[in-house]
Each structure stands twice: as structure tokens, then as C-alpha cells.
Design a protein around this ligand. Structure first.
Ligand code: ATP
Length: 330
């Protein structure tokens, strides 16, 4: 039986995590979940929101499924999500955005892969208060990390029969930092003559995405633009409740939804588990459990197509009712 690290998270995390565990179990696939707690709940007892045991568990098991963990705004500890990605060098954040059956949206032909650099940029967290009037935040872009993420995007494109990889920057203003990202992209692109190269400024991308998302295929972006643009693309396919993600490194991978812990709906049995379930389905493909991945995906799509949905995507079902419907459809 395969052992996989499971971080239940906080906010709506435990509710959607339970749903996904129940669905996987009902599919017949047995997984030995190595459950690891992290976040605000463990700070008091362990002095850190991301204890070493969590990292050790992921290093040992190589694969983790992670429900959201709250990042407090303003003060306190560094984000568990950011720390986890950095500590395990999960350098590629992969966020596929494709229309789902039964989920009505403004656009019918969205099929975009967002590849977000995961280890540097303004997320490096190097900030300094200069005086009462001024704070500085340093944007780090390196050639090595930029080339690595661009190579990941092109390799993904080749492997998944995609046609174009578009670099997204603001290199006209941040000439050195985003300029270096773009220079790295151009160098890597030369090795992939079968994939069409393209460059766009992030502001123009946002405008075009909300006009006609079908114009885009694979996007590769530095960390912060990737964070923002992937929430935008999530909005194109029905919102955060359905947007999946994965953090991939050379040694391990952590699968997690794009959304945060949604404290506004915590404990109300309202959360949509689809984003975490889709992330788990990709995780099953990653560990070569393809038949279970297909089976669960089919049951999910059938459920959504029948109109059985949670409220965030226009349905009436609670988290547990929606989970039950998927299990019935398995
Ligand atoms: P973070 O900064 O941690 O990513 P965030 O500020 O992006 O968090 P989220 O926690 O992702 O915020 O929530 C944004 C909004 O989307 C909230 O109103 C929340 O209720 C809603 N939302 C997020 N995830 C879900 C979900 N799985 N089901 C239903 N609604 C959700």
C-alpha cells in the first residue's frame, strides 16, 4: 500500500480533506495517509507552524496532498505554503485551468496551463522597514531559477501536446529582473523548435484573458504574477472552488488547490472539495494510479453534469451531500 503525506490544513481544510479521503477510499484505492498537522494550530506546542517532521514525512514519502493552511496577513510567521515550497525546492507550481462539465461560465473554451516559478521573486520575503514612511521589498530573479522553470514549461508542453509557451513579464519596466527572466526564456525556447514561443506583458495578458482566454495555451511566469494570474484564470472556469494545483520539484511533489483556507466559510459544510479532489486526481496520475484517477474524475464530472454542485458554482449541495453524490457515481 502506498504511503502519502496528508496535510489537513485549517479553515475549510479538514472538511475538504475528509471529503477527498472518503472519495478515494470509496474508489477502492487503498492509501496509507501519513497525516501531518501544520499551521497556526501547532505553533503553541511545537514553536513553528511548519515542524521538521512535516518536511521529513514528505521527503520520505515523496508525494503529499495538502489542504490549505492559513497565511496571516501583516505579521507573525512566514507562510507555511511558501516555506514548504522553498524548503523542498518545489520549484514549479503547475496550475491547469480547464472548463469543467456542468460548471457554467462566461467562456466555454478555456484550457490554460499556468506554470508559476515557486522559489524566488518578491516571495523571497526579503523586506525591510526603512523608516516610518518607507518599506522595501526585494525582488530576486536568478538566471538559474528562470531557466529551470522555463525548461519545465517547455518540457510540459512537449509531453502534453501543447503548441505554445508564452512568457509573461513586465520587462519594459523591470528591465533587469524581469529582463533576466525573459532573457532566460528566450535561451530555453531555442531548444524547442516544435513549440511556438510568445512574449506578453502581464497587464496586457490580464486584459486579453478576460476578453478571450482561448488565445492562450501554456503561460510561464515569475512567482508573484503567477500567483495573481492563476486566481484570474481560476475565475474563468468557475472560481477557486474548482482550481487545482501542484508544486513539483526534482525529488518530491505536493498537490494542493489554488485557493486558501477560506475562513469565511469554515465549519459551515459549504466548501467545494472539487479543487482539492482535482489536485488529488493529478496526484494519482503522478504515482501511476491512472485507472483510479480516471474512475474518480469520471464520477466527479458525472456529478457536476447532473447539476449536483456546491453553492460557489451555482448548486445547492453541502460539502457532505456533494461528496455522497460523487461516491454514488463511482
Ligand atoms: P490565500 O491568500 O491563503 O490564498 P485568499 O485570500 O486567496 O487566501 P481564499 O481563502 O482562497 O482567499 O478565499 C477567497 C474566497 O473564495 C473566499 O470568499 C472563500 O470563501 C472562497 N473560496 C475559496 N475556496 C473555496 C472553496 N473550496 N469552496 C467554496 N468557496 C471557496
Amino acid at each position: 500500500m502506498r504511503t502519502i503525506t496528508l496535510i489537513n490544513g485549517d479553515g475549510i481544510g479538514p472538511e475538504i480533506s475528509q471529503s477527498v479521503q472518503d472519495i478515494i477510499k470509496a474508489s477502492g484505492l487503498e492509501i496509507d495517509w501519513d497525516i501531518q498537522t501544520a499551521g497556526a494550530d501547532v505553533i503553541e506546542t511545537e514553536g513553528t507552524p511548519l515542524p521538521q517532521r512535516v518536511l521529513d514525512s514528505i521527503k520520505k514519502n515523496k508525494v503529499a496532498l495538502k489542504a490549505p493552511v492559513t497565511t496571516p496577513i501583516g505579521k507573525g510567521f512566514r507562510s507555511v505554503n511558501v516555506q514548504l515550497r522553498k524548503s523542498l525546492d518545489l520549484y514549479a507550481n503547475l496550475r491547469p485551468c480547464k472548463n469543467l462539465p456542468g460548471v457554467e461560465t462566461r467562456f466555454k473554451d478555456v484550457d490554460i496551463i499556468v506554470v508559476r516559478e515557486n522559489t524566488e521573486d518578491l516571495y523571497a520575503g526579503i523586506e525591510e522597514k526603512i523608516d516610518d514612511n518607507t518599506a522595501h521589498s526585494i525582488k530576486i530573479i536568478t538566471r538559474s531559477a528562470s531557466e529551470r522553470i522555463c525548461k519545465f514549461a517547455f518540457d510540459y508542453a512537449v509531453k502534453n501536446n501543447r503548441h505554445e509557451v508564452c512568457a509573461v513579464t513586465k520587462a519594459n519596466i523591470m528591465k533587469l529582473s524581469d529582463g533576466l527572466f525573459l532573457e532566460s526564456y528566450r535561451k530555453v525556447a531555442q531548444n524547442y523548435p516544435q513549440i511556438k514561443p510568445r512574449e506578453i506583458l502581464v497587464d496586457n495578458l490580464c486584459m486579453q484573458l478576460v476578453q478571450d482566454p482561448a488565445r492562450f495555451d501554456v503561460l510561464v511566469l515569475p512567482n508573484l504574477y503567477g500567483d495573481i494570474v492563476s486566481d484570474l484564470t481560476a475565475g474563468l472556469i468557475g472560481g477557486l472552488g474548482v482550481a487545482q494545483g501542484a508544486n513539483i520539484g526534482l525529488d518530491c511533489a505536493v498537490f494542493e488547490p489554488v485557493h486558501g483556507s477560506a475562513p469565511d466559510i469554515k465549519g459551515q459544510n459549504k466548501a467545494n472539495p472539487t479543487a482539492l479532489l482535482l489536485s488529488a486526481i493529478e496526484m494519482l496520475r503522478y504515482i501511476n494510479e491512472n485507472s483510479y484517477a480516471e474512475k474518480i474524475e469520471k464520477a466527479l464530472f458525472k456529478t457536476l453534469s447532473n447539476g449536483d454542485k456546491t453553492a460557489d458554482i451555482g448548486g445547492k449541495l453541502s460539502t457532505t451531500e456533494f461528496t455522497r453524490k460523487i461516491i454514488e457515481n463511482l
